[in-house]
Structure formats: C-alpha cells, structure tokens
Design a protein. Structure first.
Length: 116
C-alpha cells in the first residue's frame, strides 16, 4: 500500500471524530472527519452511514500496524479546478516578472551610486 493510491472500501464504523473503513485489499483505515469533504461537517452521522461504499485515497500508512489514514476530500478536490492567483504578475498581460527584470539593472546602478 502506497500513499496516493485509491481504493474502494466499506464503512464499518462511524464515530464523532471519523469513520473506519475496510478496504478491498483487506486493510483497515480511518477517514478523519476533516478528510471527509471540504468544509465544515456539523454531524458526521448525517454524512456517512454503516455499510456505505466509498472511494478513498491513502494519505498515510503505518506498516507496523498495517493501518491507513484515508481521505475522501482529496478525491473531491481533484474534480474542482481552482484558479491560481498570481500575486506578482498580471495574467491578462502575460508579462510575469519581465518589468522587474527590465528595471533590475537600473536599481542596481542607483544602489551602487548611493553607496559611493
């Protein structure tokens, strides 16, 4: 079992902090309440039910105890395309750092002149 792998499983137990899952490969794991879905979950018992089939992704795996930390949220986020905000560039003009690069030589010269 490797981090990032996806498995089908069945919910075997639901607690206020998360849900226990029996995976198709015979391993057991826990989906922490924060890894169920994006956003706040007021009542986990309304979101997940016993014997519910789920698709999960391995977030961590303990080889000694053979238990996995699982996530449904990471799979949910794969389907969403979040636009990336570029703080230091203007995407409309596609110029990126070019204005800074063009000004760098002048700034270095001004700085050296000031230090003399």
């Amino acid at each position: 079992m490797k981090i990032g792998e996806k498995y089908k499983g069945v919910i075997t137990g639901v607690k206020p902090y998360g849900a226990f899952v029996a995976l198709e490969n015979g391993t057991t794991g826990l989906i922490h309440i924060s890894e169920i879905k994006t956003g706040y979950i007021e009542n986990i018992f309304d979101t997940l039910k016993l014997d519910q089939e789920v698709l999960v992704q391995v977030v961590d795996y303990d080889e000694f105890s053979q238990k996995a930390s699982l996530s449904m949220r990471t799979l949910e986020e794969e389907h969403h395309h979040f636009s990336h905000r570029h703080r230091f560039s203007n995407s409309r003009y596609k110029i990126g750092f070019k204005p800074l690069a063009d000004s760098m030589e002048t700034w270095v010269k001004e700085g050296l002149d000031y230090l003399k």
